[in-house]
Design a protein around this ligand. Structure first.
Ligand SMILES: [Zn+2]
Length: 546
C-alpha cells in the first residue's frame, strides 16, 4: 500500500461559519488563530491544511492523546485517535509474528502477513519501518533468552512503540482522518433531512456515529434509551461542525477541568482564545491557564490583561462571554456553564483601566482571611472561591467591599464606585450625585464636632444594620448636632430626607442599605486620617488607664 497523502486542492471549497455553539466556534477560532486571520471567509485551503498539520502533530503524541484528549474531552475519539487502543493492532501484529517464528528472524510469509495487518490499520510505510527496525535490533537481541516468548514479544513491542516512526504513523492517520472529514464537509453542503442540530445549515453526517467520542458531553451510545432522541446514529450533526470540533482542544485551557471560553462578538472570542494557542505553540502542550485553578478567576484576569492592551472601552460594549467548564471521559461527565453578565464585564474592564490598584483592593476583600494585596497574584491562582467574583456572577451587590470598615478606608476611587453604581446597579447619575452631595454635608458636619461626638456618630451609621429606623435616627441626631453648630443651612430638607431613605430601588430593605454604603464610602474617603487619629488616641487613653 502506498503512503497515504491526500491533497485538498481537488476538493470543493468549504466555507466555514460561526454557529453559536461553544465547541464548534472554539474549533473555528483555533483554525483562524493558526492562520493569523480574523474572519472565516478569509480562510483558504492552505490554511486548513496548515491547521490539520499542526493539530495532528500534537494529537499524535501521548501527552495530548491519553491524559488530555481521551482523559478529559473526547474519550476513544476515532478521528483524532484519542484512544489508548490506537496502537493495539501494531502490538498484536508484532506479537503474532514473533510467536509464529519464536525469534526475530521472520520468514517471507510472516513479513507479508505483518505488512498486511499494519497496512490495514495504518499504512505500508509504517510496516516497512517496523520490519527495518526489527531487523536492526535482531542482532542485539539474538543473545536474549527467548524461552519465555510472551515476555520477549512484550519487550520488543515496547521498544517498537517508543520509536518516533510510530508517532509519525499515528500523525499521518490523524491527518488523513481529518482530511477525509474535511472532504465530506465540503460535499455535504446541501440542506437535507435530517439537518444538523448545531448549525442547521447542512445534512447530518451519516458516515460516523456521533457520540461523546467525537463531540464532548454527548451520550456514550451504549444505552440508547438515555440518549436524547434515542437516535441509534447519535446526534444529528454535520461534517462541518464535527470537523471544527476536533480543533477545539487547541484553544481550550486545562485547569482542573477543561475550560472553553465562548464569546461574542467573535473578535472577542479570538482575543480570549489567543493565550491558549500561544501556550500550545510555545510548550507543545495544552495551556495551563497561567496556573489558575478557577475558571472565573482566570477569565477576570484575562479581561484585565486584554483591556490594558486594547485600551478601548467600547470593545466590551455589547459583549457576551460564557465559560464552559467541563470534564468528559468514560467515568465522568460534568459541565458548569458560567455566564458573565455584560455589565460585569464592562465594569471589570473599566476597573482595570481606570483604577487597577483600587480594583485589586476590592477583590482582595473577597478572600476569606484578611485582605491581602501583596500576595494577590498567588491568591487569585488558588482553588478557593473569591467572594467578589462570586457575587458579581450572581448579580449580587459588591458595594460594601468598596471600603474596608476595619481600617475605615476606601479601597477605590469615587469614579470607580460611580461607574459600578451606574452600570451594574443601575443607579441614575443624578441620584448618585445627590447622595454624594448629602455625604459631603454629613462630612462637613462631622468635621466640626468634638472628636468623641464625631466618633460616636460615625459608629452609629456604621452599626445601623438592622432596619431603616436605626438608619433614620442617625440623620436626626446629626441634624440636631448641626443646629448647635455655626452652620446656617440644615442637613437636609424634608423631601431630601424622604428621598434618601426610600427612593432607591423597589425593595425598601435594599434601598437604604445602598445609600448607607455610599455615605460610608464618602465619610471614609474624606475623614479616614482623622478617624484613625481619634482611634489611636482612644487606644492610648485605654492603655494608660490599664
Ligand atoms: Zn452543522
Amino acid at each position: 500500500m502506498r503512503k497515504v497523502e491526500t491533497k485538498i486542492q481537488d476538493m470543493d471549497t468549504v466555507t466555514f461559519y460561526w454557529t453559536g455553539h461553544p465547541f464548534v466556534d472554539a474549533g473555528l477560532a483555533a483554525i483562524l488563530l493558526i492562520a493569523g486571520k480574523n474572519k472565516p471567509e478569509e480562510l483558504n485551503e492552505k490554511d486548513i491544511e496548515r491547521a490539520i498539520d499542526f493539530a495532528s502533530k500534537l494529537y499524535a503524541t501521548k501527552k495530548w492523546s491519553s491524559s488530555f484528549l481521551h482523559g478529559m474531552m473526547m474519550p476513544n475519539n476515532g478521528i483524532i485517535l484519542a484512544n489508548p487502543g490506537t496502537v493495539g493492532p501494531i502490538s498484536a501484529a508484532i506479537k503474532n509474528a514473533i510467536k509464529q517464528e519464536k525469534s526475530l528472524r521472520f520468514s517471507e510469509s510472516t513479513k507479508k502477513d505483518l505488512t498486511k495487518r499494519i497496512s490495514k490499520n495504518f499504512d505500508s510505510l509504517l510496516a516497512d519501518e517496523i520490519l527495518k527496525f526489527l531487523k536492526s535490533v535482531s542482532e542485539n537481541l539474538s543473545n536474549v533468552q527467548t524461552t519465555n516468548i510472551e515476555k520477549f514479544a512484550e519487550k520488543v513491542v515496547k521498544m517498537v512503540l517508543s520509536q518516533s516512526f510510530v508517532t509519525e504513523a499515528i500523525q499521518r492517520k490523524i491527518k488523513n482522518n481529518l482530511l477525509n472529514l474535511f472532504r465530506d464537509a465540503s460535499k455535504s453542503n446541501s440542506l437535507d433531512k435530517p439537518s444538523c442540530i448545531i448549525c442547521g445549515k447542512r445534512r447530518a453526517y451519516a458516515k460516523k456515529e456521533v457520540y461523546r467520542a467525537i463531540v464532548p458531553l454527548l451520550g456514550s451510545g451504549d444505552v440508547l434509551n438515555y440518549f436524547h432522541s434515542a437516535n441509534p446514529h447519535g446526534a444529528d450533526i454535520c461534517a462541518h461542525c464535527i470537523f471544527l470540533t476536533q480543533f477545539m482542544p487547541l484553544v481550550s485551557y486545562r485547569l482542573p477541568r477543561v475550560l472553553v471560553i465562548h464569546a461574542y462578538p467573535y473578535e472577542l472570542m479570538l482575543e480570549l482564545s489567543k493565550e491558549a494557542l500561544a501556550d500550545v505553540r510555545k510548550n507543545r502542550l495544552a495551556s495551563q491557564a497561567k496556573g489558575f485553578k478557577r475558571p472565573e478567576n482566570f477569565l477576570f484576569h484575562l479581561v484585565g490583561e486584554i483591556t490594558r492592551k486594547i485600551e478601548r472601552d467600547e470593545f466590551w460594549e455589547n459583549s457576551s462571554v460564557t465559560l464552559y467548564y467541563f470534564i468528559c471521559n468514560n467515568q465522568n461527565q460534568v459541565l458548569d456553564v458560567i455566564h458573565i453578565p455584560t455589565q460585569v464585564l464592562r465594569f471589570v474592564a473599566y476597573a482595570n483601566r481606570v483604577d487597577q490598584m483600587g480594583w485589586k483592593c476590592i477583590v482582595s476583600m473577597g478572600w476569606k482571611e484578611s485582605p491581602d494585596v501583596v500576595n494577590f497574584e498567588k491568591l487569585e491562582r488558588e482553588k478557593r472561591r473569591n467572594m467578589i467574583y462570586s457575587r458579581l456572577l450572581n448579580n449580587e451587590s459588591i458595594l460594601p467591599y468598596f471600603y474596608n470598615p476595619k481600617e475605615r478606608k476606601v479601597n477605590a476611587k469615587w469614579n470607580l464606585l460611580a461607574f459600578y453604581c451606574k452600570e451594574v446597579l443601575g443607579l441614575e447619575k443624578e441620584s448618585l450625585e445627590f447622595i454624594r452631595d448629602i455625604g459631603d454635608r454629613i462630612v462637613e458636619t462631622l468635621e466640626r464636632l468634638p472628636t468623641n461626638k464625631m466618633r460616636r456618630r460615625v459608629r452609629e451609621i456604621e452599626t445601623a444594620e438592622k432596619n431603616i429606623n436605626q438608619f433614620a435616627e442617625f440623620f436626626i441626631r446629626l441634624e440636631k448636632d448641626r443646629q448647635e453648630l455655626p452652620l446656617k443651612t440644615p442637613l437636609m430638607s424634608f423631601d431630601e430626607f424622604a428621598r434618601i431613605l426610600t427612593a432607591y430601588g423597589e425593595d425598601l430593605n435594599i434601598s437604604w442599605r445602598i445609600v448607607k454604603n455610599l455615605l460610608l464610602f464618602r465619610i471614609y474617603e474624606k475623614l479616614h486620617d482623622k478617624l484613625i487619629e481619634i482611634e489611636k488616641e482612644e487606644e492610648e487613653i485605654e492603655e494608660s488607664i490599664e
